[in-house]
Design a protein around this ligand. Structure first.
Ligand code: FES
Ligand code: FES
Length: 162
């Protein structure tokens, strides 16, 4: 099937088999390996990307279902090569990652949350990441990272990702 997608600001026209997941399309065809394959059946959240601004498990979506969509992967949130977004920076500063396997998805969930809610409560942050499994951190530093990023983004009066 022919599928047109915008990924991280770049237009792509791809030929895929109907059974191809969005996750495999991003990783194997577009070489955007920040979307991680964990369980591949919708449980862990490691494959999360933003589809039209909404956090979506890309292992559960077929590429043709994303026809015409605007997709953001973790590679698309950095201001420039070698630079970190304010959210990524906060994850580093608070030790919000250890092995890093869950981290791209956590960062994207945080981007979606803060785009909608610039001043989330701790409970709202916990709720936002509740679908994403982290085997390493115990989650406390991840919540701290998102709260720190929210505070900084409010202070700088910048939209998420800027
Ligand atoms: S790899 Fe998609 S939810 Fe686990
Ligand atoms: S940092 Fe290792 S799974 Fe989250």
């Amino acid at each position: 099937m022919h599928v047109k997608l915008s990924v991280n600001g770049q237009a792509h026209a791809l030929d895929v088999e109907p059974r191809t997941t969005l996750l495999d399309t991003l990783r194997d065809t577009l070489k955007l390996t920040g979307a991680h394959a964990g369980c591949e059946h919708g449980v862990c959240g490691a494959c999360t990307v933003l589809v039209d601004g909404v956090a979506v498990r890309s292992c559960l979506m077929f590429a043709p279902q994303a026809e015409g969509s605007t997709i953001t992967t973790v590679e698309g949130v950095t201001p420039g090569p070698g630079e970190l977004s304010p959210i990524q920076d906060a994850f580093c500063e608070t030790h919000g990652m250890q092995c890093g396997y869950c981290t791209p998805a956590m960062v994207l969930v945080a981007h979606a949350l803060l785009a909608d809610n610039p001043a989330p409560t701790r409970e709202e942050i916990v709720e936002a990441i509740s679908g994403n499994i982290c085997r390493c951190t115990g989650y406390a530093q991840i919540v701290e990272a998102i709260a720190l990023a929210a505070e900084r983004l409010r202070g700088s009066n910048r939209p998420v990702g800027a």
